[in-house]
Design a protein around this ligand. Structure first.
Ligand code: CUA
Length: 347
């Protein structure tokens, strides 16, 4: 007996340390455990409720089990056969009724939340409507009300409900902004799933693809940029204003033939692949190369360096991407990266 207590006592600091460590983990821009909006808040509430119930059950069951194991253990020299029990009405009713009560306590708020979160805002004129299309391995965001299409960065105002209609262009993906709202799958076959969320705090939040969709699934990140209403209106206007092609005719020609056959810059170019308008103002290139002036990690760099890295060898950055390796001279690559990095939006 003494030995076992000893072991447990020695484990205590370790367990306490783990609890501390785990409670400290969770970034406000990435964690469901640090909700940043009412929808995430509601979902977190359900998690807390179910975990609390589970912990209570575990504690009670373990306490009873331990008590029985210790109190009724076979003592040295005891050769008697214990009393044989067959059924106990009182106990059976208790351990049937308690789980039913627990399930009701858990079930009522769960069902209420499920219906709350299924609310359809797609016809609500006060909500910001966004059509999300998942592609291997990037996200397209269309704002039908404003006639805007963009990629990898969902810019939204902090004072409205964001109503999402999500679909996929290829395989199964899942749209997830952990600290703002829980996932919605994008299913092949023309199916459209809806969800909504609100983000009252301005800032940048991380979005993820939450469904294994190919070799670059884990790199299928996006950002949600929450700004105030005035900035949002300025962004909408900036997105729609005309963009000039490079002044050097050779570079303009290369850009038009090599890039704008698929991508759009302002009103120029194709719509099938990520829209590059305002590239220089984005948080990342290809969703995964983080734009920063003080790079610390391998996937960080200036917008220009990240663009060069991406254009030069897309497969090295995102295996399986449909972005082809474009035949460009070093000089052309520099000029195109510079041009795209200079495409900034003021908002
Ligand atoms: Cu898309 Cu995982």
């Amino acid at each position: 007996m003494m030995n076992r207590w000893h072991v447990l006592k020695r484990l205590m600091p370790l367990l306490a340390g783990m609890v501390l460590l785990l409670s400290a983990c969770g970034r406000a821009d990435l964690s469901t455990l640090r909700p940043q909006g009412p929808v995430a808040e509601e979902q977190f509430g359900l998690m807390k409720l179910s975990i609390t119930i589970m912990i209570l059950v575990v504690i009670v069951v373990f306490a009873i089990a331990l008590y029985v194991i210790i109190r009724f253990r076979r003592r040295p020299g005891d050769k008697t056969v214990p009393v044989q029990v067959e059924g106990n009405h009182k106990l059976e009713i208790i351990w049937t009724v308690i789980p039913i009560i627990l399930l009701i306590i858990l079930g009522v708020p769960t069902i209420k939340t499920v219906f709350n979160l299924a609310e359809d805002y797609t016809k609500d004129p006060n909500a910001v409507q966004v059509k999300v299309t998942a592609h291997q391995y990037w996200w397209e965001f269309e704002y039908p009300t404003y006639g805007i299409k963009t990629a990898q960065e969902l810019l939204i105002p902090n004072d409205a409900i964001i109503s999402v209609e999500a679909k996929t262009a290829d395989v199964l993906h899942s749209f997830w902004i952990p600290s703002l709202a829980g996932k919605v799958d994008t299913n092949p076959g023309g199916n459209v799933n809806i969800m909504y969320f609100e983000a009252p705090n301005t800032g940048v939040y991380l979005g993820k693809c939450a469904e294994l969709c190919g070799p670059s699934h884990s790199l299928m990140d996006f950002k949600v940029k929450v700004v105030d209403r005035a900035s949002f209106e300025r962004w909408v206007a900036a997105q729609k204003s005309p963009v000039a092609l490079p002044s050097d005719p050779e570079i303009a020609e290369v850009l038009t033939t090599q890039c704008l056959s698929c991508h759009a810059v302002g009103a120029n170019g194709g719509q099938l692949y990520p829209n590059l308008t305002g590239m220089g103002s984005r948080e990342s290139v290809a969703g995964i190369l983080i734009n920063t002036d003080q790079p610390q990690y391998e996937n960080e760099g200036s917008v220009e360096d990240n663009l060069k890295k991406w254009i030069k060898d897309p497969q090295a950055v995102k295996p399986g991407t449909l972005m082809p390796q474009v035949p460009l001279s070093d000089q052309q690559l520099d000029a195109i990266a510079k041009y795209l990095a200079d495409l900034k939006l003021n908002y």
